[in-house]
Design a binder for this molecule. Structure first.
Ligand SMILES: [Zn+2]
Length: 481
């Protein structure tokens, strides 16, 4: 079978909080790449979902007086609704880590690692802050104390947990990174993870006592323990494509391309890769690491009052305005600052004015000058164009969505300049044949724009296509705000 295949997933959001701009960003980016691959003729399996076990979720449910299952059902539904509101592909797979099938796969994954000698039990000392009611790691502490409860001594609790033999995989991981310099994107994240792995890996704990963390998948063969949430959730990347029950389907799609936030670098590009090796599976294809979206130079937070809600933006400006902003105005790999003012300015300048206005003008000239229509170039012809290849296709192949979107707007800017220089709205009186020729050219250019917009702003692409085919535009594509 020579069919081109592509499997892409986001990180599953943890359902202890509402969806925020960071989730919307990662969802839309993965959707753009999934659509782009389909645009190129690939078959695509696209996955997201919700990560639903663990102590934080258990506590959150109790806090709200809810049964944990009821709580996760409610929050998971909000995320599922978000995928629809963001216009993600309708055949998107949405997994929940509380699904029976996933839980069975996570247990089987554990058994395989155990069989391979990579899971062992040991005494584990933890530092516990009664104020937070949370376990603290050394990196959480300031001068050996909880920064939120500086006046209290931390309690030291000793418990027996299962550990994963991470340290055994140091060399294998370094080999993966060396063999495939694109394994983690961008480059500086690959360097970061390589030097983390080089510094000597420590085995990590992968279980909790059931009495402390009842909301989790039982450890196979030991009812007193539940699986730590990481070990459980990561397995979704293989369970959703049939592992271990349906290996034909699995082999058809594996390996995966994973989108993740920079706070997930270690889990996805080191811990998960070692787990895969331990279970006898091959590594992921690629891991793409996002930066954070901040606002006015600070982390978005309720107390600062700088939280931007993606759903509010969709309500006010429309879905494709948000998709545009994520594609072009947020840096593909670094942290990006975002404010509502900036959003509005970008919307007016680049959507209402440049794209929207150009479309209105061209369609108006086309319909009033009786321009003879030409055949539009096919998608295959557009994809073969060298400039499109170099600036659009290669950028998206490198997950540089911003660069690809910039290219579309460069073409729009060229059209604006062309209209200004050639002035077909004037020459229609003096040399009508030339004016008509110019408008026909602009129609073709807009057609190319609509084809390039398909993965990024699918709804707008359809509307532009329709306007070009019919020569009619009922209302402006984007209203000025
Ligand atoms: Zn504390």
């Amino acid at each position: 079978m020579s069919e081109k295949k592509f499997y892409i997933t986001t990180t599953l959001p943890y359902v202890n909080a509402k969806a925020h701009m960071g989730h919307a960003m990662e969802f839309v980016r993965a959707d753009i790449i999934a659509r782009f691959k389909e645009w190129l003729g690939y078959s695509v399996f696209f996955n997201t979902g919700t990560d639903e076990h663990g102590l934080k979720i258990y506590r959150k449910a109790l806090e709200q007086g809810k049964d944990p299952q009821q709580y996760v059902d409610e929050v998971s539904k909000l995320f599922k609704d978000l995928t629809q509101k963001l216009g993600m592909k309708s055949d998107l797979n949405f997994v929940r880590t509380t699904d029976e099938k996933h839980m069975r796969a996570a247990q089987e994954f554990w058994r395989r690692c155990e069989k391979n000698g990579d899971i062992y039990k040991k005494n584990y000392k933890i530092l516990y802050c009664v104020g937070c009611e949370l376990e603290k790691t050394h990196s959480d502490l300031v001068e050996g104390r909880c920064p939120e409860h500086f006046d209290r001594e931390l309690e030291e609790i000793e418990e027996e947990n299962y550990f994963f033999r991470f340290s055994k995989y140091t060399q294998n991981l370094l080999e993966i990174y060396k063999k495939n310099p694109n394994f983690v994107r961008p480059d500086f994240r690959l360097k970061e993870i390589s030097s983390f792995v080089e510094r000597e890996l420590e085995d990590f704990s992968i279980s909790r006592l059931r009495e402390k963390q009842p909301w989790g998948i039982p450890v196979p063969g030991d009812e007193d323990h539940t699986m730590y949430v990481w070990f459980d959730a990561l397995v979704n990347y293989v369970s959703v494509i049939g592992w271990p029950e349906n290996m034909d389907v699995f082999d058809n799609w594996w390996p995966v391309t994973q989108y993740a936030g920079k706070d997930n670098l270690r889990q996805q590009s080191a811990m998960w890769q070692a787990m895969l090796l331990s279970a006898g599976l091959s590594p992921s294809r690629q891991i793409i690491i996002n930066g954070f979206v901040i606002s006015d130079g600070q982390k978005m937070s309720k107390s600062i009052g700088n939280v931007i809600d993606p759903l509010v933006l969709i309500e006010e400006y429309g879905l494709d305005a948000l998709r545009y902003y994520i594609a072009r105005e947020i840096h593909p790999f670094e942290d990006s600052d975002m404010t509502e003012d900036k959003f509005k300015n970008c919307y007016n300048a680049n959507l209402a004015n440049s794209l929207g206005n150009t479309l209105s003008r061209v369609i108006k000239m086309y319909s009033s000058y009786e321009v003879e229509s030409r055949d539009f170039p096919s998608l295959q012809e557009i994809q073969k164009d060298r400039e499109v290849e170099e600036n659009f296709i290669s950028a998206l192949n490198e997950f540089n969505i911003q660069k690809a979107t910039d290219y579309i707007w460069k073409r729009i800017a060229n059209m604006e300049r062309f209209i200004q220089d050639q002035q077909p709205f004037k020459t229609i009186k003096t040399s009508p044949a030339k004016a008509k020729e110019d408008v026909a050219y602009l129609m073709q250019e807009l057609w190319v724009v609509s084809q390039l917009l398909q993965p990024i702003m699918p709804n707008s692409a359809i509307l532009i296509e329709k306007a070009l085919r019919t020569g009619l535009l009922d209302s402006p594509l984007f209203l000025r705000k």
